[in-house]
Design a protein around this ligand. Structure first.
Ligand code: NAP
Length: 252
């Protein structure tokens, strides 16, 4: 019984920003569970192609759609490509994200807008592209990757923190609106995870951060991906409007 609960065989998942990092591991977890993938990237085509090859090696299939999640029309196209190829979208993982860390006093309007439009604007864009299909199908799961920074705030991250906290309100509202359509909506909030993004943090700061994590290490991207798989699968069938924090005890 437990084995079947994590089965996502023949489901279709869109994972934004799945060329690298956490998004890539989400795609591979879905593939291992038997789901078909719509992979997405903005700049790094080669990395997206490698993810697609790894999906194939796991016995599943993927299409790659280049789209900037800041762009409403590009997200519409991303949704249309998924429907054209597979006829449905069961899972949407809003993972693509950026940071432009700088203290508020020095932050430009561009650094504010770029982060807000990428990290939070994308939720509007992607949900607009996908929710109508989920409603027609009578089911769906939407997961947005927030952050421990959305829970705690951080010096130099007022733009990033605003987007990650904003995801909670958006998610709870959508969860309430869409529960009647059997669409579940949740956030996952990772702590500091070993990806390219982590290495935008200066090394001396990183050492201090690691010391503050009770489990004494950064997370691995697959530790986040497995939680996403859990929330999307039958094992998570009564979970909506909530946030799952995964951070090695960093925010108790
Ligand atoms: P990453 O390694 O930097 O990868 C970012 C991914 O997002 C790449 O696939 C990138 O595509 C894609 N992307 C960036 N901007 C995009 C855009 N405008 N449109 C479409 N795709 C875009 O990041 P990560 O660490 O895996 O982070 C993934 C998510 O987890 C983010 O939302 C991040 O905020 C969140 N998170 C990360 C950590 C952490 O410690 N790593 C902690 C908490 C939360 P290209 O390859 O084409 O550039």
């Amino acid at each position: 019984m437990i084995e079947n609960m994590y089965d996502v065989k023949d489901k279709v998942a869109i994972v934004t920003g799945s060329s690298r990092g956490i998004g890539k591991q989400c795609a591979l977890a879905f593939a291992e569970g038997g789901a078909k993938l719509v992979l997405n990237y903005v700049n790094n085509q080669e990395a997206a192609e490698i993810t697609a090859e790894e999906v194939s090696a796991l016995g599943s299939e993927a299409i790659i759609v280049q789209a900037d999640v800041k762009d409403f029309e590009a997200c519409q196209t991303l949704g249309e490509q998924a429907i054209k190829k597979y006829g449905k979208v069961d899972f949407l993982v809003n993972n693509a994200g950026i940071n432009r860390d700088i203290t508020f006093s020095r932050m430009s309007q561009e650094q504010w807008s770029e982060v807000v439009n990428t990290n939070l604007g994308a939720l509007f864009n992607m949900c607009k592209a996908v929710v109508p299909h989920m409603r027609d199908a009578g089911s769906g799961v939407i997961i947005s990757i927030s952050s421990i920074i959305g829970e705690t705030g951080n010096i130099g991250q007022s733009n990033y923190a605003a987007t990650k906290s904003g995801m909670y309100g958006f998610t709870k509202s959508l969860a309430r609106e869409l529960a009647k359509d059997n669409i579940r909506v949740n956030t996952v909030s990772p702590g500091f995870v070993e990806t390219d993004m982590l290495h935008t943090v200066p090394p001396d700061l990183l050492a201090g951060i690691k010391d503050d994590i009770p489990m004494g290490r950064f997370g691995y991207a697959d530790e986040i991906a497995l939680a996403v798989l859990y929330l999307c699968s039958t094992a998570g069938s009564w979970i909506t409007g909530t946030n799952l924090s995964i951070n090695g005890g960093h925010n108790m």
